[in-house]
Write a protein that binds this ligand. Structure first.
Ligand SMILES: Cc1ncc(COP(=O)(O)O)c(C=O)c1O
Length: 424
């Protein structure tokens, strides 16, 4: 109680002094957020403040944060301010002023990812990162690449294009979406390795259902055989606590507009330092074989405001903290799942254990077209989700984020109960 009173006094003082919500400053940058203990997931007062840091609609419950996430107000304001500044004199303010922020940003991103800044390139999304890697590797006809049919379509399309153009062979690891046995999941990849395997492509968190794959286990086996490891981290970064060193990969890419809540159209790529010379950039710099990671940033004119606002999203994320955020996201997933798991006819397409799932879960009802359920939730309850119909999946994917309130999930639960009872 005493702590709480002190906190309230401090918050009031901060508000009165106008320092809690100054322009371009994150509410969380004030001291009180940092003083909250990290070990109580359902501290609703803390999370209500996080909710208030966003500008999400009070009328629609957005539970498709897996597609793209909203930005907290502080990120939106930074983006707008940098954009206005750029328009005061684009070539001066963008190229001479804002661009000076790129190296400090690289350092911050590298620190978050647990690697060196000399291994991080900043770009526009996971597709750009991963396709740069896929098209940038020297591969000969007959070389084999191990992929999985549950990898993201953009990446599979890129590999298929290479197969058509360069006559490489794609070999498919066969995993089960509900499998929680790491040895078996890893073996699905390892059993496909041959003398001709050059690369294994691993999606850390599967987009269709949120399944977490044992990347390190597969990576260790691959690297012991001289096989390069490429990881799709689009759904893992800033969601599940890990460092890229721990993953044991050679190459990696992510979007920052998903779990980090950075501006839409921001991403990053990692290449282990000694592997940089072997990857060709997609957009040619003066020295394509150089070992300088910046050779991947010859992207032409792009939005420096977007790039620079990433730093504010990173601050916001770090103030919540990796551990507390991961715990909260899992808590939110479990919150709604627990309440509906025994409904008649309900079917989960996601593993739900702690090691193989985070915030994402995909659910449907036996014999029901998931699009019908999706439309029902929106029309009657104003709950927005996404239909996933892929391979054997016929469900809706539900993805809360840090701003999602249990009350929002209650609306989802009511909707699912109503649907189960009446099968509209
Ligand atoms: C696993 C995975 N990889 C890559 C991507 C591509 O992300 P982006 O469209 O931001 O490039 C996505 C997007 O949802 C994804 O889920």
């Amino acid at each position: 109680m005493t702590q709480r009173r002190t906190f309230l006094r401090k918050s009031a003082a901060a508000l009165a002094g106008g320092v809690l919500f100054p322009a371009l400053r994150l509410p969380g940058e004030s001291a009180w957020l940092q003083t909250r203990p990290a070990d109580h997931a359902p501290e609703e007062d803390f999370w209500n403040w996080i909710h208030q840091a966003f500008t999400v609609s009070p009328n629609i419950i957005n539970l498709n944060n897996g597609g793209v996430s909203p930005q907290p107000k502080v990120v939106q304001e930074a983006l707008e301010a940098y954009n206005r500044l750029s328009n005061e004199g684009p070539t001066y303010y963008m190229w001479r002023i804002l661009d000076k922020g790129r190296e400090p940003l690289r350092e911050k991103l590298a620190e978050q990812a647990g690697v060196s800044p000399e291994e991080i390139a900043i770009n526009r999304n996971a597709s750009e990162s991963l396709e740069t890697l896929i098209f940038g590797l020297d591969l000969a006809p007959g070389d084999e690449v191990v992929v999985n049919r549950y990898d993201y379509p953009n990446m599979l399309n890129a590999w298929k294009q290479r197969a058509l153009r360069d006559k490489i062979q794609l070999v498919y690891a066969e995993t089960d979406l509900l499998d929680t046995d790491d040895a078996r999941l890893a073996e699905a990849y390892i059993s496909k390795f041959t003398r001709r395997t050059r690369v294994v492509h691993i999606t850390h968190v599967i987009n269709w259902n949120g399944q977490v794959l044992p990347v390190r286990r597969i990576a260790d086996a691959a690297r012991a055989r001289g096989i390069r490891v490429l990881v799709d981290g689009a759904h893992a970064f800033a969601h599940l606590r890990h460092s890229l060193r721990e993953l044991g990969c050679d190459y990696w890419g992510t979007s920052l507009h998903k779990w980090l809540c950075a501006p839409i159209g921001s991403g990053m790529m990692y290449i282990q330092k000694d592997r940089i010379p072997e990857v060709w950039p997609l957009l040619a710099p003066p020295e394509p074989r150089s070992g300088d990671i910046r050779k991947f940033e010859a992207l032409g004119t792009r939005s420096f405001p977007i790039e620079q606002a990433i730093g504010h999203a990173l601050n916001f994320h770090q103030i919540i903290g990796d551990e507390r955020k991961e715990r909260r996201l899992r808590f939110l997933k479990n919150y709604w799942v627990e309440k509906v798991k025994d409904l008649p006819g309900i079917r989960f397409y996601s593993p739900l254990d702690e090691k193989h799932s985070g915030a994402i879960a995909t659910v449907g009802f036996e014999g029901v077209d998931a699009e019908k359920l999706d439309a029902f939730l929106m029309e009657k309850y104003k709950v927005h989700v996404v239909t996933i119909k892929y391979e054997a999946i016929n469900g809706i994917r539900v993805t809360p984020h840090v701003y999602t309130r249990p009350a929002d999930l209650d609306r989802l639960v009511t909707g699912l109960r109503d649907f189960a009872a009446n099968r509209h």
